[in-house]
Ligand binder design. Structure first.
Ligand SMILES: *Cc1c(COP(=O)(O)O)cnc(C)c1O
Length: 221
């Protein structure tokens, strides 16, 4: 049951780790069941779907956008999105800044890093991310706040590989915290860990776990 899973997972979370219930492909009723169990953070990966759900569900839900975001669609979620986890270019960050300004907001963002050994996952390499940050343009963007990093491990049964990938992201996160973001209190979030690997992610410093299947069951694509 959805409510039982929510309670089970949250009861075991260490301090400083928050659960994002990934509700993509699941109806508003399923979200309400989680909501009634106390869950407030939800993750979606499609703009239209998130917007439609936002319009019919309680206003105190925090909507986390966790999927690949096209620049021409930022405007639909800028008025209400709580955090965007998948910033993978300066161009996208600039568009989020532009739409946030129009909406009179500052939007929290995470930089997505490609740590998986798979072609299909989005995100920047460590070097691409360093280049974006060294450029410095992001410092001029007053309507976005860089709050940390996000990554997805390879979808594999090899848990040692998953562990190596999370370890590498944690190390990069610590590197940035100690250098470029030394004086930026907001840069403190590490979004990693899903149904199959979240306990490993927590051991490696995750502050946001994003769990779908374990809570809501299999998705019907
Ligand atoms: C779908 C999705 C999840 C949740 O995956 P589960 O394996 O169902 O827990 C987490 N993060 C991202 C980015 C996703 O797209």
């Amino acid at each position: 049951m959805i409510s039982e899973e929510i309670k089970k997972i949250t009861a075991e979370l260490p301090e400083g780790v928050r659960l994002i219930a990934v509700s993509k492909f699941h109806p508003a009723e399923a979200i309400m069941e989680a909501y009634d169990a106390g869950q407030r953070l939800f993750g979606e990966n499609k703009v239209q779907e998130m917007k439609a759900k936002h319009e019919v569900l309680p206003a105190d839900i925090e909507w986390h956008f966790i999927g690949h975001l096209q620049t021409n669609k930022v405007k639909y979620i800028a008025p209400f999105v709580s955090m965007i986890h998948a910033i993978d270019s300066l161009h996208l960050l600039q568009e989020v800044n532009r739409q946030a300004e129009k909406a009179g907001r500052v939007i929290d963002c995470l930089l997505q890093i490609h740590i998986a050994h798979e072609e299909t996952k989005f995100g920047m390499t460590f070097d691409e991310c360093r280049t974006l940050l060294d450029d410095g343009e992001w410092r001029e963007l007053k309507h976005v706040r860089l709050c940390g990093l996000m990554g997805m491990a390879t979808n594999t049964d090899d848990m040692e590989q998953v562990e190596r990938e999370f370890t590498s992201l944690q190390a990069f996160f610590e590197e940035l915290k100690g250098t470029i973001f030394q004086n930026k209190q907001a840069f403190k979030e590490l979004s990693m860990g899903m149904t199959d690997d979240y306990p490993i992610a927590i051991r490696h410093g995750s502050t946001f776990i994003r769990i779908g299947t374990l809570i809501f069951g299999e998705r019907n694509y």
